[in-house]
Design a protein around this ligand. Sequence first.
Ligand code: SAH
Ligand code: SF4
Length: 406
Amino acid sequence: MSSPVAQKVSLLGLDHEALVQWCAQLGEKRFRATQLYRWIHQRGVADFDAMSDLAKSLRAKLHEQAQVQALPVLAEQVSRDGTIKWLFDVGQGNAVEAVFIPERDRATLCVSSQAGCAIGCRFCSTGHQGFSRNLSSAEIIAQLWYAEHTLRRRFARDERIITNVVMMGMGEPLQNYGQLVPALRTMLDDNAYGLSRRRVTVSTSGIAPMMDRLSQSVPVALAVSLHAPSDALRDQLVPLNRKYPLAELMAACRRYLQYAPRDFITFEYCMLDGVNDSDAHARALVELLSGAPGGARQDTGWCKLNLIPFNPFPDSGLKCSKPQRVQAFAQVLLEAGIVTTVRKTRGDDIDAACGQLAGEVQDRTHALVRMQRQRQPAALQAAVQAAPETGPAMAPGPAYRLETNA
Ligand code: SAH
Ligand code: SF4
């Protein structure tokens, strides 16, 4: 029997224009849609009865036809360094994670776009799980909605807490383009989260044609997961490279730059011991990033390189490069004039770092892994039991600092 709730429109998934359209077919004016949108996203209100300036007749229609539905939280973990990881239930045995990363001058939310991921990168825990399904735009925004308003309540803050969003959680955002775009629009909308395009980053393993589409619809900041300077090696690490090899990817990056809100693209490079971390790899990377077709040198100011120490997960069979190796590798790039940073690992005591997000995913692609996952209900059950109650017991440790916007 299908529940009537299932047929209600999930308002979290509608961007401002879509909400205006939806309200119009209820006979409501544009400004009513804007009021509703603000109640939901700016004030975190899900209960239509609490939306005091909406007419009773509209509230009745909303009750009948719509819902603002939070994702059930299966678990919350708070790291010593203030990082918070939430595990959200997205139904049918699937769960995804979002991570809140507070820093001195910003607070970033890392958001998931899919349950699992079909790209299958060699060094990524999510990739090892296989793909289950795309998240809806409502499920993508629900992560931000929950995090922002839960933290505001918890820290008794009226103003915005999350200053940056990175689509670097589970999944390949550009393989879920149709649901990603409305969610990005809501992140940017002044009547919702009001983040600037440079403070919202889409990270991709390199789906070249979708990078072009993104540049035309919502050109937010772009991060490209590179991980190798040659096709031979990248084919091994990021299987998608066989479809969109480096020449094609680099050309798409150059095109994106014409629309990028910052004047650069960030390349991510996961440092794997003995795999992609030699000086020769670094020199090849300089060649790739600075060499124009025909061998002429171009300036290197169009990109930044972010070296990510590999975050291990069970059965990966890979090791992180030694810190001295990471430094030596960075030195080669810096000497070539490429702005290079080494990413700090955050939340390592709660497995919240890049590529460690595992959630629980009904694997529909890898038969072998699927069989191993027969134990999943028990694992999920354990996660539920481990979930702490919200309230004072969840107050973050002393390491937690919130930016105070003077
Ligand atoms: N699918 C997108 C975004 C999610 S992954 C992408 O691949 O870009 C976010 C970043 O974490 C990517 O750069 C990814 O390559 C990196 N990553 C994945 N697994 C990792 C691991 N085990 N250690 C360090 N970084 C990892
Ligand atoms: Fe998917 Fe990104 Fe992980 Fe690759 S690194 S498997 S694209 S989530």
